[in-house]
Design a protein around this ligand. Structure first.
Ligand code: TYD
Length: 232
């Protein structure tokens, strides 16, 4: 049995997944959900912007409508607040493993890096939005681990060239994604213990192996499961 499950049956885990568009997060998130469930953990699989009915409406606005960077930042943080209060915090309190496709690092990377919006303002919003009355004084909810799928912006752009119906971010030029990638690199450098950088510029099997090794090293999974949620 997983040592974590054995010793902390109600210890929630909050894991976020980040990277520029085209980095290939989705199949690996599904694979991790299957791996945790196979080891007896309850999993909450969710995403940002989104994860609640209100936040999904805000997502449609952010991905579809033109707006200035402050409006964009406020909407993603409004969506985050609703999601945190109604989904993430209750799931962690139940002891679930929360697998969240993007979280606040995406705001620093896309609105901060990509759009060039003020990082200090984003930091203020982060402290407001990610604190709840149940937490200690100035505590700010952050993921226990952030899996960062890193690959060159040019490689991601080539992958996205085949994407159907690109959204407002996916249509941005490569220069935008160079800034987004630099935004992620800055967040990872500031909090190296929270980030696991995965080289996403390799085969799907190699990427899965690298991710699985991170989870086994932390004793969050007891073994390396097959990729894509296939049965062992
Ligand atoms: P994404 O997570 O890539 O979903 P899909 O796989 O359906 O395309 O899309 C979400 C987009 O929203 C992505 O381009 C990044 C952007 N985004 C922000 O700009 N700021 C944020 O805070 C978040 C969470 C996402």
């Amino acid at each position: 049995m997983n040592p974590l499950t054995a010793t902390h049956p109600t210890c929630g885990l909050f894991i976020s997944f980040e990277g520029i568009d085209g980095a290939g997060k989705s199949t690996h998130i599904a694979g991790l959900a299957a791996a945790f469930r196979a080891e007896g953990r309850a999993v909450t699989l969710t995403r940002e912007p989104g994860g609640t009915p209100l936040a999904e409406k805000l997502r449609a606005l952010v991905l579809g409508d033109a707006m200035d960077p402050l409006t964009e930042s406020l909407l993603v943080f409004a969506a985050r607040r609703d999601h945190l209060v109604n989904v993430i915090e209750p799931a962690l309190a139940r002891g679930d493993v929360v697998l969240c496709d993007r979280f606040t690092d995406a705001t620093f990377a896309y609105q901060g890096g990509g759009r060039g919006f003020d990082l200090e303002t984003l930091g203020t919003l982060e402290r407001w939005v990610q604190h709840t009355p149940a937490m200690a004084d100035s505590a700010v909810r952050q993921p226990d681990l952030t899996v960062w799928f890193d690959l060159p912006a040019e490689t991601a752009a080539a992958r996205l060239a085949h994407a159907r119906a690109p959204d407002r971010f996916e249509t941005q030029p490569v220069a935008f994604f160079l800034r987004v990638r630099a935004g992620y690199a800055a967040r990872a450098a500031a909090e190296p213990q929270r980030f696991a950088r995965i080289n996403a510029d390799q085969s799907r099997e190699q990427v899965w192996q690298a991710i699985a090794e991170v989870f086994v090293a932390r004793a969050w999974l007891s073994r390396i499961h097959p990729p894509g949620g296939k049965a062992a």
